[in-house]
Design a protein around this ligand. Structure first.
Ligand SMILES: [Zn+2]
Length: 301
């Protein structure tokens, strides 16, 4: 189920006459978690979708909505009309080199929150060892903790590090760093309780390829965090996997919503909803197209 824009658009066009009559929100709304988001106007995407592919101003490639290699919107999607989302944390996304860039929703995060998001292609990833008291890896597994317990576990790591500093006489630079961190930690003790986490790491890959990245020793020492159970809306949902396997942009979004309420202890008012600006638009286009298609099929059977 790839999102081949030309086939995809043709499908939309062919079904255009049926678009309105089949766009009854009753059945769609009941199963649509993307219904009540606080989103910027998607008119720019509607226009771009009608006019078709346009040029990437960086590489000249012909793309729909955005260029998945340069991480910029295309010519007919002016960057000023794309919302900018402020995040409470930095995000590193590690993608598998074999992953088809055009299919990845990780790019949505880079487009919508460019200051906060970095994408790395495995095996070229940053060293996290010295930062492992302020970084977590979002990955499900037996070792994983929940979002509300992050601060507790990171503080424990931080304390263990400063306690262990006398044992590390052979690593002077590492030791000095720890002492600095400890000083910061003491100064901001009350702040630290909530604000110790600085960066979250996501692996962007099909689930079958994810394990290779996950088992890399540079990631193995990190605290692992699991998301609450949520169902995916992803149209490219991977066959044979449960619908609780989220796409990368869904995982980022749900992580931040939970972090906001469970860790920052603030009321969530849609601050990160625009991370789903592209996702929800594409979701609805495909859903509507499929819906028309299904109706047509149903008529003939
Ligand atoms: Zn490009």
């Amino acid at each position: 189920m790839s999102l081949n824009p030309s086939v995809f658009l043709k499908e939309i066009e062919e079904n255009n006459s049926k678009f309105v009559e089949t766009n009854k929100t009753t059945s769609i709304a009941s199963e649509n978690p993307l219904q009540n988001l606080c989103l910027a106007s998607q008119e720019v995407l509607q226009k771009a979708q009608q006019s078709g592919r346009s040029k990437c101003l960086k590489c000249g490639g012909s793309r729909m909505f955005y260029c998945y290699t340069c991480y910029v919107p295309v010519e007919n999607v002016p960057i000023e009309q794309i919302p900018l989302v402020k995040l409470p944390l930095k995000i590193d996304i590690i993608k598998h080199p074999n992953e088809t860039d055009g299919k990845s929703t990780a790019i949505h995060a880079k487009l919508l929150a460019p200051e906060f998001v970095n994408i790395y292609t495995y095996p070229c990833i940053p060293e996290y060892e010295e930062k492992d008291h302020e970084v977590v890896l979002v990955f499900p597994g037996p070792q994983s903790i929940s979002i509300k317990d992050i601060s507790f576990h990171l503080q424990k790591r931080s304390q263990n590090k400063s306690r262990g500093q006398n044992d590390d006489l052979d690593k002077p630079s590492f030791k000095r760093k720890k002492i600095e961190d400890q000083e910061d930690y003491d100064l901001n003790d009350s702040m630290c309780k909530n604000a110790i986490l600085k960066k979250i790491i996501f692996i962007d890959s099909t689930w079958n390829q994810t394990n290779k990245i996950f088992s890399d020793e540079r990631l193995q020492g990190l605290l692992q965090v699991e998301l609450k159970t949520r169902k995916t809306c992803f149209w490219r949902h991977q066959k044979g996997k449960p619908d609780t396997f989220l796409s990368t942009i869904e995982a980022i979004y749900y992580f931040l919503v939970d972090y906001h309420t469970d860790v920052l202890k603030e009321k969530y008012k849609g601050q990160y909803d625009n991370l789903l600006f592209f996702y929800s638009f594409m979701y609805h286009l495909i859903k509507n197209a499929k819906c028309s298609g299904d109706k047509e099929t149903a008529k003939h059977t």
